[in-house]
Design a protein around this ligand. Sequence first.
Ligand SMILES: [Zn+2]
Ligand SMILES: [Zn+2]
Length: 175
Amino acid sequence: MTLWSRFRPKKKLQNTLSSLPWKTLLSRFSGEEDIRDWCKCSNCSLECIRKPEECRCCMDMDRCTERMAEVEKDGQCITAHPGYAACCLNTWVLSTAAISLRTMAQKTYSATKIEKNAAELEFMRSVAYRQFVRLVYAYVGASRRVPLPNCVYNSIREAFPNVDSEYKGYEEEET
Ligand SMILES: [Zn+2]
Ligand SMILES: [Zn+2]
């Protein structure tokens, strides 16, 4: 894939997403389909997820496998991409990327220390999800409908854990 093709308009973003049937996602979510059968990257887990939509392995998603092929890491998990930890987990990068989003967080920044900490972690997750969409899809528009792979939800939620252990989906965190 050339540099130019990475930056062409992504009007058809929805078409590039994994088109797994809802039934498949449900049976993965319920555990009916064993995770060892559908996760091909070995980093997916049912632990931190809340919704059937979050049961996609990065190997199910063409964009992820394309991005890994570009960096000659075919067949590896998207979280092993050289840009992943730097762009999506580094708190300095996230807080810098979040400058334009600060207004969204301000309402929560006037709370107690514990609440403030929880709000910050939630905010970091939300920015990390966006950063992932930018990194993998080169997309900066309204990204609320872009599902992320299970392994990425897990990795981001592990890095920025929710004290209440109640996770909102990407769509809900997007404001
Ligand atoms: Zn996986
Ligand atoms: Zn993966």
